[in-house]
Design a protein around this ligand. Sequence first.
Ligand code: ZN
Length: 68
Amino acid sequence: MADTAIRAARPGSRIRRPKQYARGRVCAQEGCDIVVSRYNRADTCFKHRPVVYPRIRGTFTEEFATAE
Ligand SMILES: [Zn+2]
């Protein structure tokens, strides 16, 4: 059976099987019946997932700017 998921392997790293969650899960958002991917550890579909922006650490200092 063909799998529609896009697969990619990082060069130099060993192939690891992604953790799988129960299949057939439905988005936790009320009224949404989108089936959540088995590889998605969130309880909601991508549309109802809370957006999390990564925090950028550190400050841009003069030392940083001039460092080689
Ligand atoms: Zn949803």
